[in-house]
Design a protein around this ligand. Structure first.
Ligand code: SF4
Ligand code: SF4
Length: 489
């Protein structure tokens, strides 16, 4: 009977198992062992090649009837693979589950994450930055007023009430955030009082060029929950001085190092850096220099990234760090020097950008070789733009989905005074509906990539909802991670 055959087929399918879409496999030791990782469950294992071969057999669904006849050791291995998410009942459900995963990520109330731009002014004239090209840009760039800072604190307090998170993290960013200390102190202190009264844990990070960093600032911010400071060094002394001079052209390396030396015992320090083809080779010398410093072991994270390139070069011979549009107008008005430097308490403007270049693998391995912790390049996202309770507040109180969009007011998604303007509401709805990963097919990196950086999608492709793919970078990071895990075993 046809209905019976259909029912049996259905039962069989229901009880089948298949390899997960999100499995990564990296052969180790000439293939005798294989590193397995599932990007959805984050399970990581080193298995023998016969277990890896067993997993291969599940590329097509295998029914329980077949499984029941396998030898006991294979059934045991299958149980372990299933437990860790390498085997799933079927891929259709897994594809559907990815949407659920992103909804949970979006709705998570674990942390309210606020990035505050205290100012867009900067005391540096970086070689690759839009600001560096404009003599008067910094002078007239926006600065948050004390009145807006009060309103910002009011808004954060309302959000705490509404979201009721376990934790509040405030990241101060710019421009150079330390050029507007009164605003930083005001918000940090007010929110420390509010969170204390509510029993919410508050942490703070500062992303700074390091020139104005002092013990006094760190001591005061420690009272409000400072968890780390991230400082940018763009290569060895000479290269950094060329890439990141003061607006008057003087070098900044020595003073930054001196400041790190003074505060290293008082807070966690992360080092970031931006490189291009003219500076990448100077990074091993920077790493060797940092290793020799007495504060070396207090550096909790070191991570370098390529300068964000735009297809349009606004000024001859310059690379843009701030993405610009076809008229040279910045798309991201913030300094993007910390983009993509990985999660952590030292604070990052953007935790997830994966601007791939082979040099990233090289620098990651050099960083590890010099004994510094660095993100593995696989665990990147989903980034804050996909989280409903992560906000960036511009100097005028405009709200943005992430720091990368702050240069374009028309991308604002709200305002701290809760004004309702249809264009901001439409933007909010547009951001809420973005799902660039839906064009990524069965890519194993979807849970950690989500289709790439939306700022890059906007500036490179003119469409926030199209993926910017750096799969090769993920693949090489997975290989490096596999070897690290294998050598630690
Ligand atoms: S969209 Fe890009 S700049 Fe914005 S948080 Fe995500 S990775 Fe970072
Ligand atoms: S952008 Fe590329 S690496 Fe990222 S999920 Fe899509 S296909 Fe995969």
């Amino acid at each position: 009977m046809r209905w019976r055959a259909k029912l049996e087929r259905q039962l069989l399918n229901d009880r089948a198992m298949q390899a997960s879409i999100f499995n990564l496999r990296v052969p180790i030791d000439s293939g005798r062992e294989v590193f397995l990782m599932n990007t959805m469950t984050d399970a990581q294992m080193i298995v023998s090649d016969d277990v890896a071969a067993l997993l291969e057999r599940f590329e097509q669904p295998v029914s329980d009837v077949v499984l029941d006849h396998l030898p006991a050791d294979e059934r045991e291995a299958i149980g372990l693979l299933e437990e860790n998410g390498f085997l799933v009942p079927n891929r259709q459900d897994e594809r559907a589950a990815i949407d659920g995963f992103f909804v949970r990520t979006k709705e998570s109330t674990e942390e309210l994450h606020i990035t505050v731009l205290t100012t867009l002014q900067c005391n540096f004239a970086c070689d690759y930055c839009y600001q560096g090209d404009r003599g008067d840009y910094s002078k007239f760039a926006e600065k948050m007023t004390l009145d807006t800072a009060h309103k910002t604190a009011d808004w954060i307090e309302r959000e705490l009430q509404r979201v009721n998170p376990a934790k509040l993290h405030i990241m101060f960013f710019g421009g150079e955030p330390l050029l507007n200390l009164p605003v930083m102190y005001l918000i940090a202190e007010r929110m420390a009082n509010v969170t204390r009264a509510r029993g919410v844990r508050q942490t703070i990070s500062i992303v700074t060029n390091g020139l104005l960093l002092s013990e006094e600032i760190v001591d005061r911010m420690n009272r409000y929950g400072l968890s780390g400071v991230k400082i940018t060094l763009d290569g060895d002394r000479d290269t950094h001085n060329r890439m990141r001079p003061l607006r008057g052209g003087q070098g900044t390396f020595d003073r930054i190092i001196e400041n790190i030396r003074k505060v290293a015992g008082k807070t966690r320090i992360g080092i970031g850096g931006n490189y291009d083809e003219t500076s990448v080779e100077s990074y091993p010398a920077l790493l060797a220099f940092l290793r020799e410093q007495e504060f070396a072991d207090q550096l909790v994270k070191v991570n370098f990234k390529p300068v964000i390139r735009d297809q349009v070069q606004p000024v001859k011979g310059r690379l843009t760090l701030t993405p610009v549009d076809g008229h040279g107008k910045p798309l991201g008005g913030t300094c993007m020097t910390s983009a993509g430097s990985g999660h952590g308490s030292t604070g990052t403007a953007c935790d997830s950008c994966g601007f791939a270049e082979d040099s990233m693998s090289f620098l990651r391995s050099e960083t590890k070789k010099h004994g510094f912790p660095t993100p593995d390049g696989v665990h990147g996202g989903p980034c804050h733009v996909h989280m409903k309770h992560a906000h960036t507040i511009g100097c005028d109180g405009s709200l943005y989905a992430c720091a990368g969009f702050t240069g374009e007011k028309s991308k604002s998604v709200g305002h701290i005074d809760d004004r309702r303007e249809s264009w901001r509401v439409e933007n909010r709805e547009q951001f809420d509906a973005l799902n660039p990963w839906s064009e990524c097919g069965d890519c194993a990196f979807i849970p950690v990539c989500a289709g790439g950086c939306l700022v890059a999608s906007q500036s490179e492709l003119g469409d926030m909802n199209r993926p910017t793919c750096h799969k090769r970078s993920f693949e090489s990071a997975a290989i490096a991670l596999a070897h690290d895990v294998a050598s630690a075993n």
